[in-house]
Design a protein around this ligand. Structure first.
Ligand SMILES: Nc1nc2c(ncn2[C@@H]2O[C@H](COP(=O)(O)OP(=O)(O)OP(=O)(O)O)[C@@H](O)[C@H]2O)c(=O)[nH]1
Ligand SMILES: [Mg+2]
Length: 290
């Protein structure tokens, strides 16, 4: 169980005996500090105030319970399983800005599918950073899966092409394509990503089964803008929120799902291979006050 996801929100309740304006105002401020968007925080607290005025919530404890239920209800539509290609191989394209946790997440994903007995192939599509392919290879060895790479500076499209051809020839169930971290503000890098997306579509006869954006839960509001830009150019199928173990501002999860309508497919909760979990609205809401 993760702790402190909404540390400041949880703290608002300590030592409170009654529901009053002071408590509700502090709650609204704490939600915003936890990166819940302003309009959403206001809406949530207004609903709670309304319930309190009707006498349906009488203690701070009931208020906390009601908030937890609100959050679970808001997030429930955004739970979703990972897709499976209608033909082999299933292909996942993993995207995101620098350092958010893409490569680690890919290793965790590979580990997960290996545990299920699947034949997995990683594509070292980050040809930009010299050590990137090597980092992925170390993970592939640990997980016990295959990898396709080329020398650094190679065309990421060419590596991706090789990877798909290899998987088709050798019967892999799943191909996961790593990509270089890119700033969503750099149009040429986003165009390169779109090109890789088109190449996958051409080779598979369908788009990559998952186009997943990895977000760093610790960076706050900037994640929303990143998600918008990536979604506009690559028609994302979902999000992976990494580093959820290290944040007290998990409100960004609420903000992004409500604003973009994208499901959260997985959450990263640590640096080790098993530290990747399906996103569960109920669990997330419980963790708010853990
Ligand atoms: N605590 C924690 N750390 C994580 C998690 N996921 C990744 N990290 C750490 O974040 C750092 C960056 O991870 P990478 O996987 O290399 O990130 P990347 O997006 O591939 O980075 P670039 O390829 O440089 O763009 C590493 O130190 C990881 O161990 C997580 O869920 N929790
Ligand atoms: Mg990487």
């Amino acid at each position: 169980m993760l702790k402190g996801l909404f540390k400041r929100v949880a703290a608002v309740f300590t030592g409170r005996a009654v529901i009053d304006d002071d408590l509700l105002d502090d709650l609204e401020a704490a939600l915003i500090q936890a990166d819940v968007s302003g309009p959403l925080a206001v809406r949530l607290v207004d609903e709670l105030r309304d319930q309190a005025e009707r006498g349906r919530l009488t203690t701070p404890d009931q208020l906390r319970q009601a908030l937890q239920e609100q959050v679970a209800a808001l997030l429930r539509p955004y739970e979703a399983p990972l897709a499976k290609g209608k033909e082999r191989p299933t292909v996942f394209l993993i995207l995101g800005v620098n350092g958010v946790g893409k490569t680690t997440t890919i290793a965790k994903l590979a580990y997960r599918y290996r545990q299920m007995g699947q034949k997995v192939l990683l594509v070292a599509g980050d040809t930009f950073r010299a050590a990137a392919a090597e980092q992925l290879r170390v993970w592939a060895d640990r997980v016990g899966c295959d990898i396709v790479s080329q020398k650094s500076g190679a065309d990421p499209g060419a590596v991706t092409y090789d990877g798909i051809k290899a998987a088709q020839a050798r019967g892999h169930n799943l191909v996961i394509v790593d990509t270089a971290g890119r700033m969503h503000t750099k149009a040429n890098l986003m165009e390169e990503m779109r090109r890789i997306g088109r190449l996958i579509e051409r080779e598979l006869g369908r788009p990559a089964d998952e186009r997943l954006l990895v977000l760093d839960a610790t960076i706050g509001q900037n994640a929303l803008q990143q998600a918008r830009v990536f979604h506009d150019s690559l028609d994302l199928t979902g999000l992976i929120v990494a580093k959820l173990d290290g944040t007290a501002k998990a409100g960004i999860v609420l903000t992004i799902t409500q604003e973009l309508g994208l499901p959260i497919k997985l959450v990263g909760v640590g640096e080790k291979l098993p530290d990747l979990q399906p996103f569960r609205a109920e669990t997330f809401a419980q963790q708010m006050f853990a």
